[in-house]
Design a protein around this ligand. Structure first.
Ligand SMILES: Nc1ncnc2c1ncn2[C@@H]1O[C@H](COP(=O)(O)OP(=O)(O)OP(=O)(O)O)[C@@H](O)[C@H]1O
Length: 989
């Protein structure tokens, strides 16, 4: 939502309005504001994860912030950090969980990894969180989770760093609060046998727990949480045996609190040897004697044993209990890290998620609250620096004209803590090292040196108030020096060394490492305040080497109730984080910056070649801005950089893209002009060639089909149809099978995702919102699918067999057809031979007849030039013989007789020649029609037979005709001879 008026009331109204609509996320410049809904909103479901991963939505959400961090890391290879800020109960830890869950999802982390990450944070919650007045599940430690990424952007390992577990909570409690969750969970959820082994009682039995009346948290099932914890320990690889050791240490801490001392008349204490002592010695695996001695005496540097006072003994016992608990927590963190460190060698960049204890204030604020609030001050300074200070410094350095944004810097408060030698921690160290120092002497020292600081105010009764960025907090000086010393008595160190239990041994060796080789008395005599300050400095250094992304978590009300928006409480938090100032700076400021050089090379394309400008980047940049009439109010030219208002650079990007598209179009056009004629010619050629080939193929196919007997044609068509059907059937079956398999895989995938995200329902219930048939594959469904599959496969097999048989049949038909063709060709050749020989015979007959007739006689027949010959006869034939008469069928030609002709001399031969021509024509026709018969061989045989008969008959008639002609020829010659002879002899007379 864009605000017309940017001020605190409008921001507050906007937040309240969105909160009432369950829109808990809101973007404020580079910040994401998250208002704790304190109820389940279903905005972290799988489909939402997917939508953000695919960047389908752009609504403010924690997933969008992770997307930005991940994209920047991938783009520049720069480490990123996601920092969760906000007071206790604002929702930092829950938001951090969503950040981590989405990060593993985004980078393709498998469900195994996601589960392990979830379970490891569950373990840390059990051991590091507690109920406080502000939050039922308050973090009592700080946590930085570092995810290492490979070059391809996959998570290769992760590491957790923890800070400052509030160990005083083990031994001290404010009323209405609880100690760490694990104590209550163990008492509620341990099995009967474990309870017997650890001698477990109800929480109220233990003195460390019953200092507060709060034993249960409404709506929280400690027993069920214990079972989940056991499962989580197994997931991260902590075996059953080690789990036993862990729970033994928790029980030992509880029982240590129940050890009581009796004070003698000389003021010295004795340990009351009761059930508590024997249980602790059994759980730590040390002797009862060593335990008692270590608790009531202290060995001095001169190896003398001094008896302790009641107070000293109690402090020594509590220090031992706290030390064991903190060591146990650190051991668990190490074990978790071991299970994630496999791929560290491939790490190229990191994304760190910081979730530290929120700003804290309770009825009695002590050393721990002071450390927590100091850490929050340091983090707040990091926030101001990156979101306000650095930006303003940049503007100033570049000479940008801007109206300075005023915010409440916490530098003074930080100075109060950190100044050397007169800062809070330095003074505390100094006082702690003095032999006769007490909390009161320290209070006076503070008053003396810190009164000049506006953030410090001395109070009555050794109390003092510090004005933090988030409000004033009054601290009670009681126990400051002791807590700062954090000394573990030498006797306690020796006791740990004497324990044979696995974990006490581990703790002892760690202690020895910390103390160096001395390992003797007062080796843990350190200054907790300075040590803590050092760790926070290191953390800030680490954050400084990364690009920060801040998520400000807001507590909507002090009652931890949903749908309740306390305006005052929220506006106080908005002020703390300078939200309005940040928005002003980034929204109304110049969020986009580029060096002159970067800008010139990026947008040079927006200047035409005709623009005559010098090549220096600033001139180019100015020319671009002027040429495109960018309003001067929307940018500023700095000494080294250009600063743009929101959205301005996007407009230039649009122009640049248009210019690039235009250039591409021009290139395309010129290419088209050059290539088009070539292409068209080639296209026409190809089309012509294709049409030739297609025509030729079709013609060939047609000639084959034309010759094919109808039955074979039919079977060929049937075969082709069957082939087509089989192919269609095969593709339909394959498609169906693939779809079935795909939907099964989809269901299984959805099911496993849902189950992985809902441990409660794992293996027992159907996840909500998922159609039942998608997730439950009943045996009958499976059997149905299997039967259908078998049937489909059988049909497929059958169709394939049929297909193969049809193919075989086609091959056989084709080879048969080729054999027929060959036979036909041979027969045709033979037939042609016989025709030739007949024609030759006819020509020979004609020749011999011509030889018999005198040349003077006008010729009735033209001699055929045909070279046909017959072995028996020869005759000539005319081409005019009856060609116009209708052709009779071969067997039905009327037999010609020479005597029937009017022309008695040539009629027999004319008839024969005519008959021969007719027969020849019929034979040709019948031979051609053989191909269309069903049984061409049989037809050919019949044809041959008829031809042979006719041939015999024709020869006979030819011979008769020849004889007749010869006879007639002699008679004519004699008659003419007589005529000529009579004329000759009559003339002279
Ligand atoms: N996004 C959310 N959706 C639903 N409930 C939430 C959400 N964030 C927080 N809560 C509720 O608010 C409670 C407090 O949140 P959380 O423990 O994360 O606060 P915190 O800022 O980490 O506090 P602390 O600094 O004390 O550890 C949670 O136990 C949970 O019930």
């Amino acid at each position: 939502m864009q605000l017309n008026f940017l001020n605190e009331p409008s921001v507050l109204h906007n937040l309240q309005y969105r909160y009432s609509k369950d829109l808990i996320y809101c973007k404020a410049g580079p910040l994401l504001i998250s208002v704790n809904p304190l109820k389940d909103l279903h905005i972290y479901e799988d489909d939402i994860l997917t939508a953000y991963r695919l960047k389908l939505v752009d609504i403010p959400h924690v997933y969008a912030t992770v997307n930005t961090a991940y994209t920047e890391m991938r783009k520049d290879g720069q480490n990123q950090s996601i920092i969760l800020c906000g007071e206790s109960g604002a929702g930092k830890t829950e938001t951090a969980k969503h950040v981590i869950e989405y990060l593993t999802f985004l980078t393709g982390g498998d469900t195994g990894m996601r589960r392990k990450i979830n379970h490891s944070s569950f373990i840390l919650e059990a051991f590091g969180k507690a109920q406080t007045s502000m939050n039922d599940n308050a973090s009592r430690y700080g946590k930085l989770t570092e995810f290492h990424f490979t070059l391809t952007g996959k998570i290769c390992c992760s590491r957790v760093q923890t800070f400052f577990l509030e160990k005083s909570r083990v031994v001290q409690l404010c009323n209405g609060e609880r100690s760490f969750h694990i104590f209550y969970q163990l008492c509620a959820g341990a099995t009967e046998s474990m309870k017997a082994r650890l001698n477990l009682k109800a929480p109220s039995f233990y003195k460390y727990l019953n200092k507060s009346e709060s034993m249960i948290i409404p709506g929280v099932d400690d027993e069920q949480r214990f079972h989940s914890l056991v499962e989580a320990l197994e997931t991260v690889g902590i075996c059953k045996e080690d789990q036993e050791h862990v729970f033994a240490m928790v029980a030992a801490v509880l029982w240590l609190g129940n050890i009581i001392f009796s004070e003698g008349s000389n003021g010295q204490v004795e340990v009351v040897a009761d059930d508590a002592v024997s249980t602790v010695s059994r759980l730590l695996e040390c002797s009862t004697f060593d335990l008692i001695t270590s608790l009531c005496a202290q060995t001095t540097l001169a190896e003398r044993e001094n008896k302790l006072t009641f107070q000293q003994a109690t402090a020594s016992r509590d220090a031992l209990a706290s030390y064991i608990y903190v060591s146990l927590f650190e051991w668990l963190v190490e074990e978790i890290n071991k299970s994630f460190e496999a791929g560290k060698g491939h790490s190229v960049s990191t994304i760190s998620v910081l979730d530290i204890f929120g700003f804290d204030t309770s009825s009695k604020n002590s050393f721990e609250q002071l450390c927590i609030n100091y850490a929050n001050e340091r983090l707040q300074q990091h926030y101001y620096r990156h979101l306000l200070k650095l930006v303003q410094e940049e503007f100033e350095l570049d000479g940008i004209d801007f109206s300075k944004v005023h915010f409440q810097d916490n530098q003074d408060c930080l100075g109060l803590f950190e100044k050397i030698p007169r800062g809070f921690f330095s003074l505390l160290d100094e006082e702690s090292n003095l032999a006769k120092a007490s909390d009161m002497t320290f209070a006076n020292k503070l008053k003396q040196y810190l009164s000049g600081n506006s953030c410090y105010k001395s109070e009555q009764g050794g109390k003092f108030t510090i004005r933090h960025y988030a409000g004033e907090v009054t601290y009670d000086m009681d126990g400051f020096l002791t807590k700062n010393k954090d000394s573990l008595h030498s006797n306690s160190v020796q006791l740990l060394a004497s324990c044979s239990g696995h974990l006490p041994q581990c703790f002892n060796s760690k202690l020895l490492q910390q103390c160096g080789s001395s390992g003797k008395s007062n080796c843990l005599n350190r200054n907790m305040g300075t040590e803590f300050k050092g760790r926070i400095f290191k953390l800030i250094q680490q954050l400084e080497s990364s690009t920060p992304h801040f998520i400000v978590c807001v507590r909507p009300n002090s009652k931890q109730l949903p749908d309740m928006f306390e305006k005052e409480l929220v506006s106080k938090q908005l002020r703390c984080f300078g939200i309005v100032e940040v928005v002003k700076m980034h929204g109304y400021g110049y969020p986009t910056r580029m060096t002159h050089q970067e800008f010139a090379s990026r947008f040079r394309i927006l200047l035409g070649d005709t623009d005559n400008i010098s090549e220096d980047p600033l001139s180019i940049a100015s020319a671009i801005l002027q040429r495109h009439r960018i309003p001067p109010t929307s940018y500023q030219v700095g000494n080294t950089r250009l600063f743009f208002r929101t959205g301005q650079i996007d407009q230039l990007e649009v122009l640049k893209n248009k210019a690039l598209e235009g250039a591409l179009d021009v290139q395309k056009l010129s290419q088209k002009q050059y290539r088009c004629p070539q292409f068209e010619a080639m296209k026409t050629g190809v089309i012509t060639l294709q049409s030739f080939i297609r025509g030729e193929n079709s013609r060939r196919e047609y000639s084959v089909l034309k010759k094919l007997p109808s039955k074979e044609l039919l079977s060929l068509r049937t075969l082709q149809r069957s082939q087509k059907t089989v192919i269609q059937l095969q593709s339909a079956i394959r498609g169906w099978l693939a779809r079935q398999q795909f939907s099964r895989m989809q269901s299984a995938n959805r099911f496993s995702n849902k189950m992985a995200n809902s441990p409660k329902t794992f293996g027992t219930e159907t996840p909500k919102g998922l159609p039942e048939e998608n997730i439950v594959m009943s045996p009958s469904n499976m059997e149905d699918i299997r039967v259908q599959l078998v049937k489909a496969e059988a049909t497929l097999g059958q169709k394939e067999q049929e297909n193969a048989a049809l193919q075989l049949q086609l091959q056989q038909l084709q080879s048969k057809w080729s054999a027929h063709e060959e036979k036909m060709r041979i027969m045709e050749d033979a037939w042609q031979q016989q025709m030739k020989s007949l024609q030759t015979s006819l020509a020979a007959a004609k020749n011999s007849l011509a030889a018999d007739n005198p040349p003077a006689e006008p010729r009735r027949f033209m001699v055929s030039p045909s070279p046909f010959s017959d072995s028996e006869d020869a005759m000539s034939m005319g081409n005019q013989t009856g060609t116009s008469s209708p052709r009779p069928r071969f067997g039905s030609i009327p037999e010609s007789h020479p005597g029937q002709e009017s022309n008695g001399k040539s009629a027999p031969l004319g008839h024969l020649a005519k008959e021969f021509e007719q027969r020849k024509q019929i034979l040709d026709d019948e031979a051609k029609s053989l191909g269309s018969h069903h049984y061409p061989e049989q037809q050919l045989r019949q044809l041959k037979l008829r031809f042979a008969q006719w041939k015999r008959d024709f020869k006979v008639r030819l011979r008769e005709a020849k004889a007749k002609l010869r006879k007639q020829g002699h008679a004519d010659m004699e008659r003419s001879h007589r005529k000529w002879w009579g004329k000759k002899h009559r003339k002279p007379t």
